[in-house]
Design a binder for this molecule. Structure first.
Ligand code: RP5
Length: 170
């Protein structure tokens, strides 16, 4: 039987989906059950509220909201649920995602959104942060996070002579 999703990823437009690829891949890597939806806080506010109510009832524990431009989706999610909300500001064009970053990160006290960085790197980190939150109460997931961290450290290049690296490229 497929486990009930513990993470819901919502984005404001189908045009946001390519930026979220790394988020989905990372959730898969940690074997976290997730679901994703395209629901705009601006264009479909009532559908968003109904979705959050239903997702909570089905056991979703963390919401990831991703949006560009005047990115109110993560903040509206945080107004609709007491569960953790991670916001991913996306590059919507003219302002390179700074507009979305300010919208996501500048939440008023009492309505928290954990903002990650702009675009695909932030989307990946949203999944990593969700994994770490869920790992607090999931020993097997905590092990997978620990393995990832070890592999990441092992993959880092320590003590590289930049002259040798430059020669290697020639
Ligand atoms: C935001 O407006 C969406 O999250 C998207 O990043 C941006 C543009 O949306 P579309 O016009 O491509 O639907 O709400």
């Amino acid at each position: 039987m497929t486990p009930a999703p513990s993470v819901a990823v919502i984005c404001g437009s189908r045009s946001d989906l390519p930026a979220l690829r790394g988020c989905f891949d990372t959730l898969d890597r940690f074997e976290i059950a997730w679901e994703s939806s395209v629901i705009s806080a601006h264009r479909q506010p009532e559908a968003l509220a109904a979705y959050v109510r239903d997702a909570e009832a089905r056991g979703v524990r963390i919401f990831i909201g991703a949006a560009g431009m005047a990115a109110h989706l993560p903040g509206v999610l945080a107004s609709l649920t007491a569960r953790p909300v991670i916001g991913v500001p996306l590059d919507g064009g003219a302002l390179g995602g700074a507009d979305a970053l300010y919208s996501v990160v500048q939440m008023p006290p009492g309505v928290p959104v954990a903002s990650v960085s702009i675009g695909p790197p932030g989307a990946k980190n949203a999944a990593h942060l969700a994994a770490r939150i869920l790992a607090l109460t999931d020993h097997a997931l905590a092990e997978r996070v620990a393995v990832f961290r070890t592999e990441q450290a092992d993959g880092a290049e320590v003590g590289i002579d930049p002259r040798a690296a430059a020669q290697g490229r020639q």
